[in-house]
Design a binder for this molecule. Structure first.
Ligand SMILES: Cc1cc2nc3c(=O)[nH]c(=O)nc-3n(C[C@H](O)[C@H](O)[C@H](O)COP(=O)(O)OP(=O)(O)OC[C@H]3O[C@@H](n4cnc5c(N)ncnc54)[C@H](O)[C@@H]3O)c2cc1C
Ligand SMILES: NC(=O)c1ccc[n+]([C@@H]2O[C@H](COP(=O)([O-])OP(=O)(O)OC[C@H]3O[C@@H](n4cnc5c(N)ncnc54)[C@H](OP(=O)(O)O)[C@@H]3O)[C@@H](O)[C@H]2O)c1
Ligand SMILES: *[C@@H]1O[C@H](CO)[C@@H](O)[C@H](O)[C@H]1NC(C)=O
Ligand SMILES: *[C@@H]1O[C@H](CO)[C@@H](O)[C@H](O)[C@H]1NC(C)=O
Ligand SMILES: *[C@@H]1O[C@H](CO)[C@@H](O)[C@H](O)[C@H]1NC(C)=O
Ligand SMILES: *[C@@H]1O[C@H](CO)[C@@H](O)[C@H](O)[C@H]1NC(C)=O
Ligand SMILES: *[C@@H]1O[C@H](CO)[C@@H](O)[C@H](O)[C@H]1NC(C)=O
Length: 832
């Protein structure tokens, strides 16, 4: 329910900008010349004629037309006049001219002029336009403080013959200086051009606003498809679960579910297989390039589906930016068609750039309802975020270039305009956007993540501020695109705070609170930090596989930093701790074990916060510290691995964190028969022997004794370091295709230093280590062959180095291409 409400909130937020602009059916934000497009006919005639002075023969002109300031300009402005001001100012200027600076009394009360206007309107306005004309005329007179004269007599007088008899007035050739002494009719050709000028100017903005809906349509469509996909997966999973439990009821708990892989005969299955094979699973440019997790020239190559989506987005953006310009030769406001095109593309790209912004924030946030409502991963959204950012910046740069050209080539007001607020704020915004794109380079994100983040946030604030100042003219309508940004950003931050409070404060007010409930322990031989937390007496959330949490250390220097970590193991009150090994972690978890749930994270120290945490541990006598840590979560979703007969879990180093919860979950489910998994192959590659020992003797101790869980451990330490005795007996790594296999009882190594707890480990039976990296592709191919033979289903889960993930993806892709239906690929990554 809460989620549904948030969905509505997000939908309404995303709808807001376009609604504000185009929702009323009328153009706003640029003060249209007339309330409705039907009025443009009359307005054109009225403005053109009222710029002349009419007087009865023999009288001296006393009432100067209020609009005489506009000199020879009639309809939409002067040909070749200054026409390239900023839209806001140019518009204001045009508007003054078009509205004739109010109405002149003669245009309301002088028989001659009223008859001229009426006759022209009757000649040129169509039915609807003519019906709208008189009320509009009245309103124009009223706003000028006059009353429109009675038209009955004129109505009777103006016949077609009368119209034909009138002299023609053409503002292009007839000077406004001489007074007009008899009724006239506006030149038809002039009228048409003036009408087009007025209409095109105002309609361009309405069309721009309309086109900016295009982005909402695009991303809305993608999200709807994503939600449909999610619903189908959830429904299918529900029925699969039902089948699992009904089979269990019939056959008794613990019975192995009969394998049944989807068949190739079903046309629906076949179509879906083709879609998965060619669109969803492969890397962007597979089979030519397998890169996805690995960069190409410091750039992420999206997977195929995301590549299609972002390519389509670019095409949409470019098409929307540059089509349907209503530019025509003879436009009264512009000297040339080129001038009009510069102006039209300037406005269009500026508005489209604004229209990108809500999506930019939507895809950048951690708490995004669509992450939950679709099967897209945070990584996919991150890729969308980057491409939307590039498009928005591209549009902003085109917008800026266009206005520079307009101000320098078509008018020389660049220097004077620069002084005005909106102008330099626009310059600031474009520069900020470009800087943000440049400073988000993956190299900087890798090397200086925290600096990148701070700069990114500060520049984003500067940009939003600049944009708010950039468009605070007129009705402030374009601001409609900026408020959703503020709302989305604000709500993400609020949800984060709520999550932190929910996960942590809870603890503080309950009686089970102990302020040192967090235990961080550093294992030097494994270069591994183990963080154990017990968030509460009653866990406010259910820990489970596939989750990650953000950890904060608020009391430390740089306390705002928070880092994501995959939940490596967990125990809850209702789940006997002994079964998942957490309680057997000896002294360090005794407190947590008795105070409800406990969460375990395995952390590889790098250079930032994790490094500082390691230093704290190293300073402590026993390598154990109890810092005050806060968690925020859970994020991430559980993959339905229990619907597969065989699981291939490929993990590298601390990637084990994502495999352990699935294995623990499997043990739980196997107890009451709610899983069809009968074979779990854990293929774990790491550099330090000690890391295997730690985890194999704790969280995985029970699992590795089962005959449906098989551990395949690979050690890749190239140069044994002096601090670790672990590889002492091993020979140099051989990179032969047949890796050297050696049996090593795990618990006989005397790795001493910080690992005083190893004495408490219950020793597992000897397990086998292989030197060198696992051949991921070969292992997948072999399993696929076996599964084909037994028509069972295989799931491949990868959490490891980029190359390992790319290899696995490529192997799954090739199995799919070879017509194997029963394989699914899951990737958990430690970065975006
Ligand atoms: C979903 C997810 C789950 C993860 N699970 C684990 C885990 O279980 N065990 C583990 O050891 N590591 C895990 N990581 C990686 C872990 O977040 C980083 O190692 C940690 O943030 C590095 O912090 P640092 O300041 O010490 O590192 P630095 O030396 O500052 O940076 C090292 C690397 O971590 C990246 N990084 C730093 N901070 C963040 C951040 N807040 N968000 C994303 N990337 C960041 C940097 O870009 C850089 O590539 C996970 C990452 C993600 C995204
Ligand atoms: N964002 C981050 O920077 C960050 C932080 C923590 C963890 N991680 C990621 O989490 C994962 C584990 O990190 P870690 O430091 O704990 O790992 P690690 O100790 O370096 O272990 C990774 C293991 O995977 C092996 N491997 C690498 N490529 C392989 C391939 N193509 N096929 C088979 N095996 C391969 C490595 O072998 P070799 O020794 O031969 O390379 C190594 O044994 C990695 O993806 C790492 O990048 C990332
Ligand atoms: C209508 O036409 C008659 C005769 O042509 C003329 O006398 C009269 O002034 C006209 N009325 C108006 C309002 O122009
Ligand atoms: C406008 O100019 C044309 C040609 O110069 C002339 O024939 C016409 O009478 C003029 N119209 C008016 C109303 O003076
Ligand atoms: C917490 O701290 C208290 C005293 O500071 C200590 O007695 C207790 O053992 C600590 N708990 C843990 C789990 O270390
Ligand atoms: C089976 O056990 C798991 C884990 O304990 C539990 O979540 C699930 O609800 C149980 N299912 C049935 C049908 O009992
Ligand atoms: C472990 O240490 C003990 C004494 O410290 C020694 O006798 C034994 O040989 C060592 N075992 C191994 C496998 O190194």
């Amino acid at each position: 329910m809460v989620a549904f409400k948030s969905l509505l909130l997000y939908l309404s937020l995303s709808l807001t900008p376009a609604y504000v602009v185009a929702g009323g059916g009328k153009p706003h934000g640029f003060s249209p010349s007339a309330p409705s497009y039907d009025d443009y006919c009359f307005l054109t005639i009225y403005n053109s004629i009222s710029s002349y002075t009419f007087q009865l023969p023999g009288t001296v002109s006393s009432t100067t037309s209020a609009s005489s300031s506009s000199a020879s300009s009639g309809g939409g402005g002067s040909r070749g006049g200054s026409s390239s001001g900023h839209s806001g100012h140019k518009r204001a200027e045009l508007q003054k001219r078009r509205k004739g600076g109010g109405s002149s009394s003669n245009a309301c009360t002088l028989n001659l002029e009223v008859a001229s206007i009426y006759a022209s309107a009757k000649a040129y306005c169509n039915g609807k336009q003519f019906t709208a004309a008189i009320p509009y005329w009245q309103s124009l007179c009223t706003s000028g403080g006059y009353t429109l004269m009675d038209l009955t007599e004129i109505e009777a007088n103006v016949t077609q013959a009368y119209i034909n008899s009138l002299p023609v007035l053409n503002p292009d050739s007839n000077s406004t200086s001489a007074a007009i002494e008899k009724a006239v009719i506006l030149d038809k050709a002039y009228y048409e051009v003036a009408y087009h000028t007025n209409y095109a100017h105002d309609y361009a903005f309405e069309q721009d606003a309309l086109f900016s809906w295009g982005f909402l349509g695009f991303w809305g469509g993608i999200m709807v498809l994503g939600m449909v996909h999610k619903i189908v997966t959830v429904v299918l999973a529900f029925f699969a679960d039902r089948r699992l439990s009904s089979r269990r009821d019939v056959e008794g708990a613990g019975t192995i579910a009969a394998p049944s892989a989807p068949s190739a005969a079903d046309p629906l299955a076949k179509t879906w297989h083709l879609i998965r094979t060619w669109f969803i699973i492969p890397a962007g440019f597979a089979p030519f390039s397998e890169h996805h997790q690995r960069y190409i020239y410091w750039h992420t190559i999206p997977r195929r589906l995301d590549l299609f989506i972002v390519s389509a987005f670019w095409i949409t953006a470019i098409v929307l930016s540059f089509v349907r310009y209503d530019s025509f030769s003879g436009n009264l406001s512009y000297s040339t068609v080129a001038n009009q095109n510069w102006q039209l593309s300037a406005d269009r790209t500026g508005i489209l750039s604004y229209a990108c912004l809500p999506f930019l924030w939507l895809f950048g946030g951690r708490n995004n309802i669509f992450l939950w409502a679709t099967n897209f991963s945070f990584r996919s959204f991150n890729i969308f975020h980057r491409h939307v950012a590039w498009v928005a910046t591209f549009e902003a740069i085109v917008h800026s270039i266009n206005y520079t050209v307009l101000y320098t080539v078509y008018s020389s007001s660049y220097a004077s305009s620069y002084a005005s607020n909106y102008f330099y704020m626009g310059v600031v915004a474009t520069i900020t956007m470009s800087l943000m794109v440049l400073l988000s380079h993956s190299w900087l994100r890798q090397k200086f993540y925290e600096s990148f983040l701070i700069i990114h946030i500060v520049l984003a604030i500067v940009m939003i501020y600049a944009l708010l100042r950039h468009t605070n003219f007129e009705n402030e309508t374009w601001q409609g695109y900026l408020y959703p940004v503020v709302a989305i950003w604000g709500s993400d931050r609020v949800v984060r705070i709520v999550r932190v409070l929910y996960c942590n404060l809870h603890v503080k007010f309950s009686k089970g609170f102990i302020h040192n409930e967090t235990t961080v322990r550093y294992f030097a031989d494994a270069d591994l930090l183990r963080i154990e937390m017990s968030p509460g007496v009653r866990a406010p959330f259910k820990p489970g596989p596939g989750q990650h949490y953000y950890l904060y250390q608020p009391m430390a220097l740089l306390g705002w930093e928070n880092h994501p970590f995959t939940l490596g193991a967990y125990s809850t009150k209702d789940m006997p701790a002994a079964h998942n090994g957490v309680a057997s972690m000896t002294s360090i978890s005794s407190a947590a074990g008795s105070y409800g749930s406990s969460l375990v994270f395995y952390v590889r120290p790098y250079d930032g916060w994790t490094q500082r945490l390691r230093k704290q541990c190293q300073k402590a006598a026993d390598g154990i510290v109890h810092p005050k840590l806060l968690i925020e979560g859970p994020y991430g979703e559980k993959a339905d691995l229990h619907h597969f007969d065989t699981l291939l879990l490929f993990v590298g180093g601390t990637g084990i964190a994502s495999a352990v919860p699935y294995i623990l979950d499997h043990i739980q489910c196997a107890r009451n028969g709610t899983t069809r998994t009968t074979n779990i192959q854990l293929i774990w590659s790491g550099r330090q022997r000690a890391m295997f020992d730690h985890i194999a003797n704790t969280e995985l101790r029970d699992a590795l004794q089962r005959n449906d869980v098989h551990g395949n451990f690979y050690i890749t330490c190239r140069a044994p370091t002096t601090s670790t005795a672990v590889l002492g007996q091993e020979e140099e790594k051989k990179s032969s295709s047949l890796p050297q296999v050696m049996a090593m009882p795990s618990a006989n190594s005397n790795s001493s230093d910080s690992d005083s707890a190893s004495a408490n480990y219950i020793q597992v039976p000897a397990y086998i280590f292989t030197l060198g990296r696992p051949d991921v592709k070969q292992l997948i191919a072999t399993t696929v062959e076996q599964s084909k033979a037994s028509s069972s289903k295989v799931a491949v889960l990868v959490c490891g180095p980029a190359q390992m993930a790319d290899d696995s993806r490529a192997a799954v892709f090739s199995a799919l291409r070879n017509g194997f239906y029963g394989i699914e690929y899951f990737e958990e990554t430690f970065g975006w």
